[in-house]
Design a protein around this ligand. Sequence first.
Ligand code: PLP
Length: 415
Amino acid sequence: MSNPSSDTHGDQEPSSQSRSAGSGIPSGQTFRTRAIHVGNELDPATGAVVPPIHFASTFRQPGAGEWGTYDYSRSGNPTRGNLERTLASLEGGSHALAFSSGMAAIHCVTMLLKSGDHVVAGCDLYGGAHRLLHQICDRSGIQVTLVDLTDPAAVTEAITEKTRLIWAESIGNPRLSIPDLRILSETAHQNGAWLGVDNTFATPALYRPLECGVDIVMHSATKYLGGHSDCLGGTLAVADSDLHQKLYFIQNATGAVMDPMSSFLVSRGLKTLDLRVRAQSQTALEIAQWLQLHPMIKNVIYPGLANHPQYDLASEIFDGGYGAMVTFELNGSIQQTAKVCESTHLFHLAVSLGAVESLIEQPATMSHASYAAEDRKNFGITDGLIRLSVGLESFQDLRDDLDRAIGIAMSNASS
Ligand SMILES: Cc1ncc(COP(=O)(O)O)c(C=O)c1O
């Protein structure tokens, strides 16, 4: 393969990524062990069991025109490289890249495309991805069609000879739809397109899309990977070094890399990812089951409930949990919906998700406000929808918090 980036020094040395590949940890070791040990090797200088954070922006070179392992932190940084090795291992890929945000990671994927190319994306899609595709990519002449990715016939119909990318979310946002990525990857590859998947809601602890033929897996590391609402980041992982080189070239050329402190925080978060996600998923299941029986709740959407349209698929593909996001609709007015969101104490009213503290939000006015009202209507993002990110607090406390808030909202309207 030719190096697509051989015109600048940082790219001639594809090593930022070669360093990401191969960990020295036997591949047979479990996810949880690799999360702790891959990319977290002892510091050879001091024996520290936690590698130091490298804040240096530049590195002394062996000679003029000679490049060491690192030269400039945009092209490669030891702390970011450690995280990228952990991620590649956890995703079951060969390489990973860490970005300044989840949006920067998605933007990098769209920069694989050129004017005239076409994207098929899911209609159950994070608002920021919708805005990027419709209000930024369109400026470069990229066309986008949104479809229900759980309907393979609709996907096939949406594909044109210009389609170069199918963009999916392994658990859609906010309606938690679950496309079959095995079918989507076949469809993409038969049509000469890449399949990129935002795996933020599912996390690699529960689901590893590269294992079913997906080309690029993306995360908002701001969410579960970091896990503590204290850093911003995005990641891409791939199993193909040619594709990795293309993405690395774009990242280095455009510069949206993850900073060393965030890289350290995400690395630390990954060590407990498996434990956190499993515990949060269990609590989310209990909350969804409780909401389902609540007299004031019209509809609960959760992949672990038997009435979810893709419950069977979710049970087959997810590894021991259905994720920690729950969406529901109140049997009340828009004002009452807002009142529920404003009346909880443990669930903070905030966008974002995936951290140890639980969050509540109204997608129509918050995470999906950038959708046109018409699109929100077409895609079922009603004003009455409430989205929960279930954290690590106990089920009993979260249930009582929600019950109280629902009670306040309902009594408010009737007074
Ligand atoms: C599913 C999903 N993907 C991508 C993003 C964007 O990530 P970031 O906010 O880190 O840019 C978000 C942010 O909320 C998200 O929820």
